[in-house]
Design a binder for this molecule. Sequence first.
Ligand code: G6P
Ligand code: MG
Length: 216
Amino acid sequence: MDIKACIFDLDGVIVDTAKYHYLAWKELARGLGFDFTEKDNEQLKGVSRMRSLDILLEIGNKKTDEEMKLKYAESKNNKYLEYILKMTPDEILPGVIAFLDEIKALQIQTALGSASKNAMTILNRVKMNKYFDVVVDGTKVSKAKPDPEVFLKAAHELGVKPEECIVFEDALAGIEAAINGGFKTVGVGSPEILGKADIVIPGLEGITWEEVIGKF
Ligand code: G6P
Ligand code: MG
């Protein structure tokens, strides 16, 4: 198996920012007079900010115009920023640094492939910039996952073919994006949600390169 690079999603794979997205969306929903549950939040994982807002408004059965939508999205993001600007390296998920150190030592290239426009802010906060050879985030793509654009761009910038990369993703939309782009996939989370991935692991804690590669 000739794997030259690994591409990592950010939210839910490298750091647990899904909880902050959830809290910020929940607060917006509360302000609009409806409840937004953790189960509802599953639909928003890996999905762009504006698409997430559309899904949230559908759940609350609210119709509104584009101008208000921009205001809602801004208000959610301001709340989200309050949380992420307080993040520290302690919030890097277990096993992430050890796994990245291991693959870097093996000369495997690394990229971040995230839908988030806040990815650089988060990487700076948790001091992880040096771990990624390439960062493709929500500011660099126009098509949201499950479109493969974010991962194709990362592979292109790394100078590798999709079939030479493994994508690590915690969201169904992200696994679908990777499959659509012709990448190998590792689902990070529960097999019930991520069953389409080539393999599913609960998280990177205790995971070695040999173990991952051995499963393909
Ligand atoms: C990630 C998260 C989504 C989030 C999206 C956009 O993919 O999983 O929940 O909506 O990024 O994030 P942003 O920080 O740009 O609002
Ligand atoms: Mg994610």
